[in-house]
Design a protein around this ligand. Sequence first.
Ligand code: ZN
Length: 212
Amino acid sequence: MLRIIMLGPPGAGKGTQAKRMAQKFGIPHISTGDMLRAAVREGTPLGLKAQEYMNAGGLVPDDVIIGLVRERLAQKDCEKGFLLDGFPRTVAQAEAVDEAGIAIDHVIELAVPDDDVVVRLTGRRICPNCGALYHVTLSPPKQAGVCDKCGTALITRDDDKEETVRNRLRVYHQSTAPLVAFYEAKGLLRRVDATGSVDDVFKGILDITGEA
Ligand SMILES: [Zn+2]
């Protein structure tokens, strides 16, 4: 069994690593955001309940989300384990995971210094015409500021502006620090240096999970 919770700031490459892990370990990558949308689409009783809260513009309460997570983890593809992404977000939710009798083997935190995240995210450029993605240093276009595919001037998304990125990081650290401490106290927290290449970071994860 490999029951994993993934933590990491925006820009840490969580999505990329989660996808690789799911493939390598043969376990599903469970994003609670995707799951909520699926439950609503399928009209399950919990999905309908979640929809009520979302329609009212509010947050879906912990007991509804934990209900969804339990339903999801009971499905056959979770026999060998699972990879939870986006949940738990708070200590209350982590306690709810415990109370639901859901055992966790590893809480993997992808660690990247804030300044690195800022460089990664603020360097991103997108073509407003064709959607092509670039990075000023990591994957620059042939001509600076111009889309290779269609010649349109590239732009920076609002989400990738420095002030926004710093703010997202602040929110992440504030909400995640208690969660990290919670799992550290349980001896489940595994911190992986996520400053290296995608392959290096993945190797670091394999070292922890012992599945290399
Ligand atoms: Zn373009």
